[in-house]
Design a protein around this ligand. Structure first.
Ligand code: SAM
Length: 228
């Protein structure tokens, strides 16, 4: 679902970001198109608007960040979406990645544990006329059963291990992409659900904020890792 087009003066910056992503090896045309359409500056605090199209993470309040575009592009490519899927995203944050997903999938359910962030993301998505994203507040490590099963699950935070409820809510053949702790470091992994369980692929290093929840870290004891 393409967002309602809004006239803004950031089109050139978006085009430059798309070129940077392409130069870094992002090849999925649908992913590049989404970055060219979704106005990232609407998902960051007004004082940071001018930095919105740099390939960097930015603070969004409540101690959280909107992730670096190249990191998000890597996640989105790894999901291998055809456009027809029902996708579950854990970690709505600003709602930007959910907006990108809205153009790459049929339906998106996005879960955020911090109510203030969920409320703001919901409002921004509505202002942009994006109507195929459902934002809910809760512990995303438990998944979201009412809309399961999903063809793809994206965990935009780092977990100590793959949360079992998320695998349970994945349809056979579906993909789950998450940052998983590996000692002191993290690895981006893709799990593909099979009849027997799941095939696991390592997609390289990752650096994300911790997933806080029943199948994640304790709020107090989370490793201090920063999203880039
Ligand atoms: N995708 C976001 C965006 O485009 O702005 C950025 C995600 S930010 C790196 C990670 C988010 O995960 C934070 O907003 C954090 O509050 C959220 N989070 C952490 N643990 C969570 C959980 N168990 N359930 C839902 N959200 C969680």
């Amino acid at each position: 679902m393409a967002p309602r087009r809004v006239a803004d003066s950031f089109g050139g910056y978006r085009a430059r970001l798309v070129e940077q992503l392409r130069a870094q090896g992002v090849a999925d045309l649908a992913v590049l198109r989404a970055f060219g359409e979704i106005p990232r500056h609407r998902f960051v605090p007004a004082v940071l608007e001018r930095q919105a199209y740099e390939d960097t993470s930015l603070p969004i309040g409540s101690g959280q960040t909107i992730s670096q575009p190249s990191t998000q592009a890597r996640y989105l490519e790894a999901l291998q979406l055809a456009g027809t899927e029902r996708v579950l995203e854990i970690g709505t944050g600003s709602g930007y990645q959910a907006a990108l997903l809205s153009m790459l999938a049929s339906h998106v359910v996005s879960i955020e544990r911090i109510p203030a962030l969920a409320a703001r993301a919901k409002a921004t998505l509505a202002e942009l006329g994006i109507d195929n994203v459902l934002v809910v507040t809760g512990d995303g490590s438990l998944g979201w059963r009412p809309n399961a099963p999903y063809e793809a699950v994206l965990v935009a935070a780092a977990a100590p291990s793959v949360p079992q409820p998320l695998l349970d809510q994945l349809r056979a053949g579906g993909r789950l992409v998450a940052a998983i702790a590996h000692g002191e470091r993290q690895r981006l992994v893709r799990l593909t659900r099979t009849a027997a369980g799941a095939d696991r692929e390592d997609l390289g290093p990752a650096q994300f904020v911790p997933l806080i929840g029943r199948h994640g870290y304790d709020a107090g004891g989370a490793a201090e890792v920063r999203d880039r």
